[in-house]
Design a protein around this ligand. Structure first.
Ligand code: MV4
Length: 512
């Protein structure tokens, strides 16, 4: 077993991995950029090494600097977390060459899943259900038109080198296909340096359901249940839950078997996730495979009772899985909220700054994976994920009630966060009814925006009327002639009581 592991990451996931190391009696080495000097992961680790300027390319993405710290610290393994270098085949290979164990899949396995068309070809060979369409780049507009008429509109054009929604185009009708294909090709060329574009039947309002898989280095591969990840905003997950409310045991077995087949086809080892699109009739189609531990792994840990980071480290140390597929049991329900330093009143733009007050929830069924503390300054240089708040219960209702209770205990002062958004989501009738799909959040946010526009208009009208009434009360006489005081108390509303009196008077005015 390793005696020392370097965590090549920052934020909440670095803290989470350091905790697993400490629980296993393994020393943890942190790396940090200049703005992360006082970060929680640096304070939690046993050793910490500066690796450079805030820009990721100068620090958390810098392979040679990270391997240099591994050598100097004597770390025998590196955990990449998620994001940064976690799916970088060149880094995985560099670790092997440096004699440091990469806690994750091999570079080959990463490459097998990297190109969307190669992945689709591998899936076809493995008999895995993929969305009807082509598994190779389109050769011509004629071919595109032919395939589109075969699979039926609407169709989705996708960049082979794309992912996460980039380089995707929905085409509703034949007359739009030619220009859409040209646009998709040039965007793919510009964004990924690879203009290959393929075509799929568009699944309308799909659910995004992903299956956690785990494989040791001795040929044992299991699935650990699915996660419902349909609540996304601009391809960024916001709320995830396990199990999915629409997956019954039979469907779970079918999806799990397919996910294991995908992992085996890729020669996969360690923790990985197979993503599916699920249509309204509960047909599921392979979307892509993520070759890293995911942000939302805690919801799977809570319903399986497993610690995925412990297992990742054990697998990387050459141990066999300590259980079989038959041992896998799911119990209870878990829901995760991703707490971001974002300003909901400013299009969810990042809201960096000093955390001046921090009240954090706990209590029955609450897990908090956090990278922040009171007094810490949230930098503007990285993804603004601050923490994950997870509610666990016997069933979905109890998980919701605990998470709602915990959200009401959460207060982060000094910066803006999206915590209020979760309160709205968790009480939304469609969420409570588990009527989820990838369009849910966009619809809910649009609904709120429309309502605000409505009330906002009235609200600003009230504000204007209040100010006008106040001005008249104070200045009316001046405006009307010699400087006598106008009717009413005339004093500018210094006290909140006076303001509210003005507002209510103005309200009557506005609605008249
Ligand atoms: C699709 C689709 C509908 N039909 N493919 C978006 C990101 C990338 N992972 C694949 N995505 C989609 N592919 C077909 N044939 C709808 C989406 C999609 C989506 C998928 C998963 C989670 C969120 C999404 C948000 C918008 C669109």
């Amino acid at each position: 077993m390793f005696k020392k592991i370097l965590i090549a990451n920052r934020g909440e996931i670095a803290v989470r991995v350091i905790r697993a190391c400490h629980e296993m009696g393994i020393a943890a080495v942190a790396v940090y950029s200049d703005v992360d000097r006082a970060a929680l992961h640096v304070r939690t680790a046993d050793e910490a090494y500066p690796i450079g300027a805030p820009a990721a390319a100068e620090s958390y993405l810098n392979i040679s600097k990270i391997l240099d710290v591994a050598a100097r610290s004597g770390a025998q393994a590196i955990h990449p977390g998620y994001g940064f270098l976690s799916e970088n085949a060149r880094f995985a290979r560099a670790c092997v060459e440096a004699g440091v164990k990469f806690i994750g899949p091999t570079a080959q396995a990463m490459n097998a899943m990297g190109s969307k068309t190669q992945a689709r070809q591998a899936m076809e060979r493995a008999g895995v259900p993929i969305v009807p369409g082509t598994s190779r780049g389109l050769e011509s507009i004629e071919q595109a038109e032919q395939v589109a008429s075969r699979i039926g509109y609407p169709v989705m054009l996708k960049a082979a080198a794309g992912g996460g929604g980039k380089g995707m185009r929905l085409v509703q009708a034949p007359q739009d296909l030619k220009s859409a294909l040209e646009g998709a090709r040039s965007e793919a060329e510009r964004s990924f340096g690879d203009g290959e574009v393929y075509i799929e039947k568009a699944i309308i309002n799909p659910r995004h359901i992903e299956m956690q898989v785990l494989a040791d280095e001795h040929g044992n591969t299991v699935y650990l249940g699915e996660r419902e990840c349909s609540l996304q905003r601009r391809h960024q997950k916001v709320v995830e839950e396990a199990p999915s409310p629409i997956v019954d045991p039979a469907m779970r077995s079918r999806m799990g078997e397919v996910a294991v087949r995908v992992a085996r086809a890729a020669g996969y080892t360690n923790a990985g996730t197979v993503e599916f699109l699920v249509d309204q009739d509960k047909n599921f189609y392979f979307l892509e495979m993520n070759t890293r531990l995911q942000v939302e792994h805690p919801v799977t840990e809570l319903i399986t009772g497993l610690d995925l980071v412990h297992l990742q480290i054990r697998i990387a140390a050459g141990e066999r899985l300590p259980f079989t597929q038959e041992d896998m049991k799911i119990r209870g329900h878990a829901i995760e909220c991703r707490v971001y330093a974002e300003d909901p009143d400013n299009n969810y733009f990042p809201s960096p700054g000093k955390i001046t007050l921090l009240l954090q929830p706990s209590g029955p069924g609450i897990r908090r994976d956090s990278g922040m503390y009171e007094g810490w300054t949230v930098p503007m240089d990285y993804d603004p994920l601050l923490a994950k708040l997870i509610g666990y219960g016997t069933d979905r209702e109890q998980a919701i009630s605990r998470l709602t209770r915990a959200l009401n205990e959460y207060f982060v002062g000094g910066i803006k966060t999206n915590i209020a958004l979760f309160r709205r989501i968790l009480r939304h009738p469609d969420f409570l009814a588990a009527k989820l799909d990838t369009g849910f959040l966009d619809r809910m946010l649009k609904q709120n925006a429309d309502l605000q526009a409505e009330s906002g208009k009235d609200e600003s009208a009230v504000e204007v009327a209040a100010i006008a009434a106040g001005m008249f009360a104070v200045l009316g006489s001046a405006a009307a002639g010699a400087g006598e005081r106008a009717s009413g108390d005339g004093a500018a509303p210094s006290s909140p009581k006076a303001v509210s009196k003005w507002k209510s008077a103005a309200q009557q005015e506005a609605v008249r």
